[in-house]
Ligand binder design. Structure first.
Ligand code: GLN
Length: 532
């Protein structure tokens, strides 16, 4: 899967949609992404750069597209599903230092391209998948993408009809001329052809319907069969894209071109039920998300999608408002949160915007609004409770104040000697035992769960008894380390904080239970308010 003309056309969504359809036909599918930047992984990137950092079960800090892959396919991704230029070079340079190249001059072709091809084939070679979709990040024509595209060219020779290239481009509508323009697509395909790659299928992102004769013209100019030019027109939910792709037979075209017999139809029944709920919901649920990266909504992508899944299953439209934690004060908290049915306190790092989170939490706790703290949001719940209920003045996380008299959140022991920032947090899925009878256990319908983590700091167990005695219960803990994973205030409507990130594991066909429970509490609260 390559992309042309401009970025942000939704290669990740098209890859995910194709995977979703193939999966619904009974095939085993996975999607991987190659990112052309030099960072080893996106873990150290500011969310303003590339949006949220997604975390896989095996603890890899990954591009947010992997979140889409999981949400559309229900298949877990791993470290092997996201590779950057940095990782490729690092591994080639490590081999060079070990002497593996036996004195040869190490070059982009063949050494870098061989390493890329090895990484492309890695997942296929496990024997676990029938199809591996490889998304090449960036846009054809970028300097950074060249080694990846050269590897694609070589792989096409090696794999023949066991491989296929889908190219996503853009057909802009020029409003002044009232015309759709195909030239950018022609140029981008030409670019790809100059690199020795002939796309098999073209997907054209567009805001207006592209007439059949225009598609034929594109097919003719781009050397693609006319039935393999597909449009991807804007829809009101990304989850409708698989249906749009199927209407135009993308899955069949791909199978046919790879000499796989096309039998029957994909089973999209459960997916269709989700879409029906989505379309039939009339009432909304109003949720506020308090965080500091609100200018870029991709920074909280997985949380927004998890809320959306939960709201849809609760037959509600999600009305999500982003509230800037840096700008939230005692003077306007009522105005900003007063009409909300539920409030999320977002994850994050560092001091900036933290006071706004405490302001929101105090208000929500005192007004008994359903409130959900995630990771830093959970830590803020603990700190706010320590300050305002336990009366521990100056209580804090040592992340924000190393000299706090009450370090209710502190650095994990194993983190104290770590100086490198990349890939060194507590990452990936860990077991958690929930207290029977807790609201969290009721939400999951189980006392043994497993969720993904991404943090360095933790609840300080020295304070545990004081919290329990004052009404904040530590209802989830790691069975091996006794680290506190979930806190809740049982006497409130719904006031839960999770040290883990449940948003990474919510998918369309398997929404995360704690988000469902939170949204249900928000819906109930809404009904109670409106029936008063
Ligand atoms: N900054 C906090 C920590 O490192 C929380 C991280 C997060 O919210 N993902 O523990």
């Amino acid at each position: 899967m390559t992309g042309g003309v401009v970025s942000s056309l939704g290669k990740g969504i098209i890859s995910s949609s194709l995977a979703c359809l193939l999966k619904a036909r009974g095939y085993r599918v996975t999607i991987q992404k190659f990112d052309p930047y030099i960072n080893i992984d996106p873990g150290t990137l500011n969310p303003y750069e590339h949006g949220e950092c997604y975390v896989t079960e095996d603890g890899h800090e990954a591009d947010l597209d992997l979140g889409h892959y999981e949400r559309f396919t229900n298949v877990h991704t791993s470290r092997a599903n996201n590779v950057t230029t940095g990782r490729i070079y690092q591994s080639v340079i490590d081999k060079e230092r070990r002497g593996d190249y036996l004195g040869k001059t190490v070059q982009i072709v063949p050494h870098i391209t061989d390493e890329i091809k090895r990484s492309v084939k890695l997942l296929g070679n496990t024997g676990k998948y029938d199809f591996v979709i490889t998304e090449i990040g960036g846009t054809v024509g970028d300097i950074e993408s060249l080694p990846f595209l050269e590897s694609v060219r070589q792989l096409r020779w090696e794999l023949g009809r066991n491989s296929l290239c889908v190219h996503l481009t853009y057909v802009p509508f020029i409003n002044a001329a009232k015309e759709l323009k195909t030239k950018p697509t022609q140029h981008s395909v030409k670019n790809l052809q100059e690199l020795g790659i002939q796309p098999d299928v073209l997907v054209l992102r567009t805001e207006k319907d592209i007439p059949a004769d225009m598609r034929r013209k594109i097919a003719l100019f781009c050397n693609v069969s006319p039935d393999s030019v597909i449009q991807s027109i804007d829809v009101n939910s990304i989850y409708k894209v698989p249906l749009k792709m199927h209407e135009q037979h993308l899955d069949e075209i791909v199978l046919r071109k790879m000499d796989v017999a096309v039998e029957g139809e994909p089973d999209m029944g459960p997916w269709m039920k989700f879409i029906e709920r989505l379309d039939s919901a009339t009432e909304s649920v109003d949720i506020a998300l308090v965080g500091k990266y609100v200018e870029l909504q991709d920074a909280y992508k997985s949380i927004a999608e998890s809320l959306f899944h939960a709201a849809t299953y609760a037959n509600r439209r999600l009305n999500l408002t982003y509230v800037h934690s840096e700008k939230l004060t005692d003077a306007d908290v009522e105005a900003k949160l007063g009409d909300k049915d539920g409030v999320i306190i977002a994850p994050g790092f560092g001091q900036r915007g933290i006071e706004g989170k405490f302001t929101a939490l105090k208000w929500c706790r005192e007004h008994d609004v359903p409130t959900f703290g995630i990771c830093l949001g959970m830590q803020c719940m603990v700190i706010e409770f320590a300050r305002n209920v336990l009366g521990l003045e100056g209580a804090n996380s040592t992340e924000m104040d190393t000299k706090t008299p009450y370090n209710v959140i502190d650095l994990m022991e194993e983190q104290k000697s770590i100086s490198n920032l990349g890939g060194t947090m507590r990452l990936g899925a860990y077991d958690c035992e929930l207290r029977a009878g807790s609201r969290a256990a009721a939400a999951y319908g189980s006392t043994s769960i497993r969720e993904r983590h991404r943090h360095r700091f933790e609840f300080n167990n020295d304070f545990r008894e004081r919290f329990e005695a004052a009404g904040m219960a530590c209802v989830g803990e790691n069975p091996a380390t006794k680290l506190v994973e979930v806190v809740e205030i049982p006497e409130k409507r719904w006031f839960i904080g999770t040290q883990y990130h449940p948003e990474y594991s919510s998918t369309v066909l398997s929404p995360n239970p704690i988000f469902e429970s939170f949204v249900k509490a928000a819906v109930d609260y809404h009904e109670m308010k409106t029936s008063r």
